[in-house]
Design a protein around this ligand. Structure first.
Ligand code: 7TS
Length: 417
């Protein structure tokens, strides 16, 4: 059945207005125009972000917070401006609560080490979900092994949503932290964070949000969410790789041990001891990714100019359109069907291996991801080896989805004996 009820053109939003800002979107792949549907892995970068990196190295390269000279001053001001932009983007009360990291992975490792090793001990429990990316699982496994704590898991239901009945049962007076993804990078599920935070706060339990997939796609207000920690990556929101963010409530920053030792994070140093710099510098040992932070600031300017609400709405239209069209394909299984979801669609097509399918699609210019998506426990529970995943951003179009579905039909023909 063709789906006639889904509007093909968004009345509000024209992705073509933005596509011209992304030089890479003009790439020709195997003779076909690139269709980039691997945005959950990393997004493409607009010209102004790329130019910001060049401008930094051409016009202000110097180390930050130490040089008393023109370039040092310029770099420091730009770096600290970027911190303010991040704070404003997620409505953090203060820019001091923003620590730059290499990405979501390092941000979560920072919490597991600097906060976890101090506040989590023998027989304490950490609640995660069964749908976490490995980067919100392994740091807690390492911590649990080190301190003798126990990991508990909120299961997911067959439609890829969290099972709240089971959650109620594992919450108890040993729970010291709940750490979960805001949006699943496999199912696309947007988890009901406010409900989870409310349940946690009733019991005085801190909540860490893995915002790697949510911050790039949804408006984020850490004060409204009332989360204790929020981790996210610049490269999934138009910024460069190697830069990310950890936000935390001020009292957590004040109570945490240093994460790494080195330059910048100290105040006074003796041969046998040291005192720590003020927050946030206490948690930014060594020379930071200065160009990366400044370019992340440019990415935030770009997203803010469009408006995160508009981006969310448009991506929802795209996703609904894609889901409706995909549902017509013979032999398709889509993993994840939660009421609240973002633009990430994982699926399998009959017996075709996702690697074969993604290779076939690549020949047609379409970039999707095939594999376990760094979430092997999900694959184990679903009893599959892998999925193919298409993930969208605001520069994708309805026409690209039409082409993608056409090519999937070709693939079914091609792979059916
Ligand atoms: N958390 C989630 C939910 C993610 O999707 C990812 C990356 C990470 C954490 C880690 O982010 P990083 O920037 O520190 O690597 N997810 C994916 C993905 O789905 N495909 O490639 C990377």
């Amino acid at each position: 059945m063709e789906t006639m009820n889904v509007q093909k053109k968004s009345l509000e939003f024209d992705p073509n207005l933005y596509r011209q800002d992304f030089p890479i979107l003009n790439t020709i792949v195997h003779g076909k125009p690139l269709v980039y549907f691997d945005n959950a892995a990393t997004t493409q970068k607009p010209r102004m972000v790329i130019e910001q990196i060049v401008d930094y190295y051409q016009g202000m390269n110097a180390n930050v917070h130490r040089a008393i000279h023109y370039l040092g001053e310029k770099a420091t001001v730009a770096f600290e401006e970027a911190r303010k932009k991040v704070a404003k983007f997620i409505n953090a009360p203060s820019a001091r609560q923003i620590v730059f990291t290499r990405g979501t992975t390092e941000a979560i490792n920072l919490v597991a080490t600097a906060w976890g090793e101090k506040f989590i001990g023998q027989d304490d429990e950490i609640i995660l979900t069964e749908m976490e990316h490995h980067s919100n699982l392994i740091p807690w496994q390492l911590l649990a092994q080190k301190v003798g704590a126990k990991l508990r898991f909120i299961p997911f239901t067959p439609n890829g949503a969290l099972d709240f009945e089971a959650f109620e049962k594992i919450l108890n007076n040993k729970t010291r932290l709940i750490s979960l993804t805001y949006m699943s990078n496999v199912f696309g599920t947007i988890n009901p964070i406010k409900r989870i935070v409310r349940m946690a706060k009733d019991r005085g339990i801190p909540v860490l949000l893995d915002g790697a997939q949510s911050v790039p796609h949804l408006p984020t207000d850490v004060q409204q969410l009332d989360c204790d920690f929020l981790a996210f990556s610049g490269h999934k929101m138009l910024g460069p790789t190697g830069i990310g963010v950890l936000y935390a409530k001020m009292h957590h920053w004040e109570n945490m041990n240093p994460y790494q030792g080195g330059g910048e994070m100290i105040q006074s140093v003796w041969l046998d001891r040291a005192t720590w710099n003020e927050i946030p510098y206490k948690f930014e040992a060594g020379t930071p990714n200065i160009a990366g932070a400044i370019a992340l600031g440019a990415a935030i300017d770009y997203l803010s100019k469009i408006g995160m609400e508009k981006i969310t709405l448009f991506e929802q239209e795209l996703t609904t359109y894609a889901l409706n069209k995909l549902a017509d394909l013979k032999g398709i299984v889509i993993y994840g069907n939660a009421a609240e979801r973002g633009g990430v669609i994982s699926f399998n097509l009959g017996d075709v291996h996702p690697h074969d399918l993604s290779h076939f699609l690549d020949q047609q210019g379409i970039a999707v991801r095939a594999g376990h998506h760094c979430a092997q426990p999900i694959m184990r529970k679903l009893d599959i080896a892998a999925t193919t995943r298409a993930s969208f951003y605001f520069y994708n179009t309805f026409e690209e989805i039409d082409y993608f579905v056409e090519q999937l039909k070709e693939a079914i023909e091609f792979f059916t004996p």
